[in-house]
Ligand binder design. Structure first.
Ligand code: HEM
Length: 130
C-alpha cells in the first residue's frame, strides 16, 4: 500500500534540501531532480510544499517528464482535504502518445513527398503527350 500524506505533512518538505511536490494528487520528492530540471530549479522551488498540478500541467510536460515523475513518487495525498480534484487529460495518460506522434509525423512526411511526386507525374504525362 502506498503512503498517504496530509497537505500539512507535504508542506513541511519545502526547501532545496527537501523538496516535495503534489501533482495530480500524488506526492513526489523532487530534491534529487532539482539540479537536472531543464526548466531550472527555481521554478520547482516556487511550487514546492503545495499543489503544483496547474503549474506542471500548464507547461505541457512530455512523456519523458511523466516517466521521470514516476521515479520520484513517494505516496499519495490525503484527498479528504483537497477541494479541487485534477484529472490528467486523456493525452497524458495515453501510453501510445509518443508512438502516435511518430506515426503522425511519418504520414505527414509521406504526403509531403507524395503530392509533389503526383504533380510531377501529371506534368510529365502532359509534356510527353504534346
Ligand atoms: C518533479 C517534477 C517535474 C519533472 C519530473 C519535470 C520534468 C521536466 C522535463 C523532463 C522537462 C524538459 C521538457 C519536457 O520533456 O517536457 C521540463 C521542462 C520544463 N519544466 Fe518541468 N518538471 C517538473 C516540474 C515542473 C514544475 C512544477 C514546473 C513549474 C512551472 C516546471 C516547469 C518547466 C518548464 C517551464 C520547462 C521548460 C523548460 C524549457 O524548455 O525552457 N516543471 N520539466
Amino acid at each position: 500500500m502506498s503512503k498517504v500524506f496530509t497537505l500539512d505533512e507535504v508542506a513541511q518538505h519545502n526547501s532545496r534540501e527537501d523538496c516535495w511536490l503534489i501533482i495530480f494528487g500524488k506526492v513526489y520528492d523532487a530534491t534529487k531532480f532539482l539540479e537536472e530540471h531543464p526548466g531550472g530549479d527555481e521554478i520547482i522551488l516556487k511550487s514546492t510544499g503545495k499543489d503544483a498540478t496547474a503549474e506542471f500541467d500548464d507547461v505541457g510536460h512530455s512523456h519523458e517528464a511523466w516517466h521521470i515523475l514516476g521515479s520520484l513518487y513517494v505516496g499519495d495525498v490525503d484527498k479528504s482535504n483537497i477541494k479541487t480534484e485534477y484529472a490528467p487529460t486523456k493525452l497524458q495518460l495515453d501510453p501510445n502518445r509518443n508512438k502516435q506522434d511518430k506515426t503522425k509525423a511519418f504520414i505527414i512526411k509521406f504526403f509531403q513527398f507524395l503530392v509533389p511526386f503526383i504533380i510531377l507525374n501529371v506534368a510529365f504525362a502532359f509534356y510527353s503527350k504534346s
